[in-house]
Every structure is written in structure tokens, then in C-alpha cells.
Ligand binder design. Structure first.
Ligand code: PMP
Length: 351
């Protein structure tokens, strides 16, 4: 059909499945196993339903302000979006327009190449070293921008602030995006580098450490100038991206810092315990600083373990992709969920 010649063809990102089975153990999309802060439930019950008649604040100013205060920046340095995917998609469109390739790791968040393809942005993947670390020298070639997660996904490995700064120093003329979706579980944020680098954009999300994947809240922090460019693009696209309930409930999540620290702390303790247990069962993995573990078994193929787990309604993530097909990405759940996972693996591997 003739009209098909002019369709924007896209190969979409494939998200982890969201099955809804009664006793499933869901360790496949890095959600938080604990509920959002208690104040969120309280406020949700009292939501002003009449406010739903109206368009929401297009600047999400209350949320923007509370984030600015929390991270010690000006509100003009904060941009919020519908999950960090929305923020990242806007950032690709806004900042990566030089025609030169955007650089990111070969093993990383698999949405980056999807956005690059969608927007027809050239890109080049830089191979992580044999220990899954970023090689900063790869980011010294001519490019149209740089993006990487820190900690990286799906490896879970965190890079030092020195490495991040080394990449920034080598890339003063392009935008460098650090995707900190998992930073609250043990990574080091690049936010302090904002004082020195006006081309740095730090992206974070409420989906993991703040237990609100369902509300779709993401944000980024950068120089006032970068944020104003980002807003121009956003307001050329859709004025009202973030809905009213997300704005109200998001504020409450940021206010309860004690709960935030308690849940992230719990997840980190569970992760460290599970690392020991997985090691005993013959798994190896990069030393995760995120809320998941990227593990490979010494003898049993990942796909076999993946299928066996799935049959027991334990969902983890597996990719049939170069370099990573022998690995499973296992989200850190509650202690009880991880006990069930380990018990199953023990039987499966030794049985
Ligand atoms: N960045 C990374 C590295 C991720 O793993 C994810 C989760 N899929 C996101 C961004 C997007 O998360 P969200 O849109 O829920 O904020």
C-alpha cells in the first residue's frame, strides 16, 4: 500500500511482562517490593476529585519545587515527566541534533537505541570492558552527545564520580546525560558536578526507590538553560503530561525521607544477603549497586533457569542478546520473595 511508504517505522522497546497471577513472585521489572510512603495512601484517599475536571498544572510546580528543595537546586533546574522514559525521550529529541553519533554502552538500557532509531539520531555503542565497566577512553571520539546509566542496567555496576567527570571533561561541547534510575541503591549521584558542567543532565525516577512505577513520575536536573530548552520542546509536544494525582502524591513521597531511606536500606540489605546465597549456588555477577542482580550460572544455561522459574510463577528477566544471553536479571524483592527464589534455585540446581 502506497501510504505505508510514508509511515514512521519503529521497532518498539520491549518492556518486561506484567503478568497478574495470584501468587506470582515478580522480579522482572525492578519495581520496589514495598508500598509507597504511608502518606501517599492517606493523600490518595483524600484526593480532590473535583480537581480532575481541570487540566493539571502544566509545570507541575509543587512537585518541581519540592524536588528542587530536596536536591538543593533552583526550581528552574528541574524538569518533571511521565516516568524517566518520558524525560529521556524528550531529552533525546531536544539535545541530540548534531547529526554526529550519540555514544552509549553496548550493554545498557535497551530503550536508548530505540529512541535513537525513532528520531533518526545516529548512534554508536561503546563496548563495556570484560568486567562490565565503562571504558572512559571510548568517549573521547567525536560525537553528538553521550548517555549512560549509573549504576548501569542491566549489569547493576556503578561507576565512580571520577569516571563520570572524566567523560564530562572530554565532552564539553555536547550534552552528557547520566541516567540515575538506580542511584538510590548505592550509586554516587553526578548532581554535585552540575556546578561545574552546564552540559550535564541528571535523570532520576520515582519508579524504583520511591515505589511509584504506577504513577509514572520521572525528573531531571540540569543547568537552567538546558531545562528551559527541554521545556520548550515539551510544551511543543504536550502541555499537560503529568496528571494531577501524580503531582500531589509525588510531593508526599519526597517529603517522607525517613521512609525512603528505610525502604532503600532494606532493599540494599536484602541484595547483599542474596548475593552471598547466589554465590553459594554457583552464580557469578557484577557487584550490583542497584535493586537487581545480573547473574550467570557456572553450568546451567540462563534460558533453562528462566523457564523453570517462570513455570513456578517466579518472573525474572532474560535477553537473547549478544554478550548477555547467559545472564538473568533478578530484581531484589522482599526477604520472603528472595527466600522463595533461593529455595527454588537450590532444588533446581542441586536436585
Ligand atoms: N532508565 C533505566 C536505566 C531503566 O532501567 C528504566 C526502567 N525501565 C528507566 C530509565 C525508566 O523508568 P521509568 O520510566 O519508570 O522512570
Amino acid at each position: 500500500m502506497k501510504w505505508e511508504e510514508n509511515v514512521r517505522k519503529a521497532v518498539p522497546y520491549v518492556a518486561g511482562e506484567q503478568p497478574n497471577r495470584p501468587n506470582m513472585i515478580k522480579l522482572n521489572t525492578n519495581e520496589c517490593p514495598y508500598p509507597p510512603a504511608p502518606g501517599v495512601a492517606r493523600l490518595a484517599a483524600q484526593l480532590d476529585i473535583d480537581a480532575l475536571r481541570l487540566y493539571p498544572d502544566s509545570d507541575a510546580m509543587s512537585l518541581t519545587k519540592v524536588l528542587a528543595e530536596y536536591y538543593g537546586v533552583k526550581p528552574e533546574q528541574v524538569f518533571v515527566g511521565v516516568g524517566s522514559d518520558d524525560v529521556l525521550a524528550m531529552a533525546f529529541m531536544t539535545f541530540f541534533n548534531s547529526g554526529k553519533p550519540v555514544l552509549f554502552p553496548d550493554v545498557t538500557y535497551s530503550f536508548y537505541d530505540v529512541w535513537a532509531e525513532l528520531y533518526r539520531i545516529p548512534y554508536r555503542m561503546c563496548a563495556l570492558d570484560e568486567n562490565w565497566h565503562i571504558r572512559p577512553e571510548d568517549y573521547r571520539q567525536p560525537n553528538g552527545g553521550v548517555i549512560f546509566p549509573n549504576p548501569n542496567a542491566p549489569t547493576g555496576l556503578a561507576e565512580s564520580l571520577d569516571l563520570v567527570e572524566e567523560i564530562l571533561q572530554a565532552n564539553r561541547d555536547v550534552v552528557v546525560i547520566v541516567d540515575e534510575a538506580y542511584v538510590d541503591f548505592g550509586g554516587v549521584s553526578a548532581l554535585p558536578l552540575l556546578e561545574k558542567y552546564d552540559n550535564l543532565l541528571v535523570v532520576q525516577t520515582f519508579s524504583k526507590s520511591r515505589a511509584m512505577a504506577g504513577l509514572r513520575i520521572g525528573f531531571c536536573i540540569g543547568s537552567e538553560k538546558m531545562i528551559s530548552y527541554l521545556k520548550d520542546v515539551k510544551f511543543s509536544f504536550n502541555s499537560y503530561t503529568m496528571n494531577y494525582p501524580s503531582q500531589v502524591l509525588g510531593v508526599e513521597a519526597v517529603r517522607d525521607d525517613a521512609y525512603f531511606k528505610e525502604t532503600t536500606g532494606k532493599i540494599v540489605r536484602t541484595r547483599e544477603r542474596v548475593k552471598g546465597e547466589l554465590r553459594e549456588l554457583g552464580f557469578t555477577f557484577p557487584d550490583s549497586a542497584a535493586n537487581f542482580i545480573f547473574a550467570k550460572h557456572d553450568t546451567i544455561p540462563a534460558e533453562r533457569i528462566f523457564r523453570a522459574l517462570r513455570e513456578r510463577d517466579i518472573y525474572v528477566r532474560h535477553w537473547n542478546k549478544p554478550r548477555i544471553s547467559e545472564y538473568l536479571r533478578i530484581t531484589v524483592g522482599t526477604d520472603q520473595e528472595m527466600d522463595a527464589l533461593i529455595a527454588f534455585l537450590r532444588d533446581f540446581i542441586r536436585g
